[in-house]
Design a protein around this ligand. Structure first.
Ligand code: MTE
Ligand code: MO
Length: 429
């Protein structure tokens, strides 16, 4: 296939010429080492991402808000409630490994950037398809990482709904990643074997030369290399140190407790000290909850069909109180385990006349965000540790942590633990 106006033998000046790319470090070995690291990290991020989708329980109306992906919005299984830290570990891995992989991804993209400027841009139909799949791969990767990182920062610079877009993007990226990995595996093995795997790491700056030609896979090796300014070891060391730094940061906020101090760049810091001194996702002020909302007139309404219970905080405190140590496990990767006390959701359902397999729709006092409502699954409600919490660590919840009452339960995504609870609507599962 010949494209009009394109002379395949003479690329335009600039990046389309191979002579433009002069780093002596680029080559199949370097790209393969970085690719190997991604081959370990990205599957963990992808699997935990899809598991998190299962934990959201998208079958349950509101939980899958804004998404109608038909068969792709598949529901894996009922996310277990044992052990209670399961979702915290899942999300801790998703975010921590995701952040740690990002510098490696950027280095990998740097290592292959000459391919973006191939000349001619399209040679054959097969070549066009290959480049299209690479566009999906690189575009999908950048989209997933950038939207994920912006979401952690609550920087909604994009006009679309994060969850829906990130989930769609995951399908595109995972599909493109799997096919790319399958196609490139033989080249990767060849490139690593040709240089005795990690042997180039022993070369200092003075021994650093362009990689030797590798038949069929030498398009990344520069044709007129510059003198090196750093060794491959230094390059990989720098990328690895950046990755390790993010790993420690992320682990600090995922594990919480004393390790939280390691996460000094984490966006959700603990507010104050004492029993309520643990991270706050959205403050009462941000959710526009005022003192008037939570005065003595506050009632929790438990709706079950035609029947509605209206319970004051004193009435809730007069019901059997249960205490459990449970983590808040935010989808953004941080978690914190606290001692919560309150009334079982199943006791409230029974008081309203519904026993057995039920679900509960929660609603917050102020509805000004998608986090102000959620649905609890029947598995979650039948776990006796799923509570409407009134107290934390022996004292009343602070306003920022959801006073007068909030949901908390084992392995429930933080976003479903509705604060400033106003209504619980109980329905048969
Ligand atoms: N009404 C309401 N409930 C909410 C939220 C919210 O914004 N509004 N944020 C949720 C999210 S995303 C998390 S992670 C937890 C955090 O609880 P905390 O702020 O007490 O740590 O509360 C959840 N409950
Ligand atoms: Mo969250």
């Amino acid at each position: 296939m010949r494209l009009p106006f394109v002379d395949p033998t003479s690329p335009p000046p600039g990046p389309f010429r191979r002579t433009f790319w002069r780093s002596p470090l680029r080559g199949p070995w370097l790209t393969s080492v970085l690719g190997c690291a991604l081959l370990v990290g990205i599957p963990i991020v992808a699997v935990t991402g899809f598991l998190s989708n299962a934990a959201y329980d998208p079958r349950l109306g509101h939980n899958s808000v804004g998404r109608s992906l038909g068969p792709l919005d598949f529901y894996l299984f009922s996310f277990p409630t044992h052990p209670s830290w399961l979702y915290a570990v899942n999300q801790g891995l998703h975010i921590t490994i995701g952040l740690a992989v990002f510098p490696i991804l950027l280095a990998k993209l740097w290592s292959v950037i000459p391919k973006l400027f191939e000349w001619p841009p399209v040679r054959t139909l097969a070549h066009a398809l290959e480049r299209l799949s690479l566009a999906l791969l690189v575009g999908g990767a950048l989209f997933e990482f950038v939207t994920g990182i912006l979401n952690i920062q609550y920087a909604y610079l994009f006009g679309f709904f994060f969850t829906t877009a990130h989930y769609w993007g995951a399908w595109v990226f995972t599909g493109a990643f799997l096919s790319h990995a399958a196609i490139k595996l033989p080249t990767m093995r060849k490139a690593l074997a040709a240089r005795r795997r990690l042997a180039p790491l022993r070369e200092g700056l003075s021994q650093t030369r362009p990689e030797p030609a590798l038949p069929g896979a030498d398009e990344l090796i520069p044709v007129n290399p510059r003198a090196p300014t750093m060794s491959r070891r230094a390059l990989l060391g720098t990328v690895g140190a950046g990755s390790l730094f993010l790993l420690v940061q992320g682990a600090g906020q995922a594990i919480g407790g004393p390790f939280r101090a390691l996460a000094f760049l984490a966006p959700r810091s603990a507010h104050g000290r004492g029993p309520n001194g643990f991270p706050i996702n959205r403050t009462a002020a941000a959710a526009q909850i005022t003192a008037g909302h939570v005065d003595a007139n506050w009632r929790l309404r438990v709706i079950a069909g035609a029947r509605t219970l209206s319970l004051s905080r004193a009435q809730l405190l007069a019901m059997p109180q249960r205490t459990y140590d449970l983590p808040i496990a935010c989808v953004e990767g941080w978690s914190t385990t606290q001692r919560w006390s309150g009334v079982r959701v199943s006791d409230l359902a029974a008081a309203a006349g519904l026993r057995g397999d039920v679900i509960a729709r929660t609603r917050s006092l102020a509805i000004n965000g998608v986090f102000d409502a959620a649905v609890l699954s029947s598995e979650q409600i039948s776990d006796e540790r799923t509570l409407v919490a009134l107290k934390v660590n022996g004292t009343d919840l602070s306003l920022d942590h959801g006073f007068p009452a909030r949901v908390i339960g084992p392995a429930i995504p933080g976003v479903h633990c509705t604060k400033w609870l106003a209504t619980l609507t109980i329905e048969r599962a």
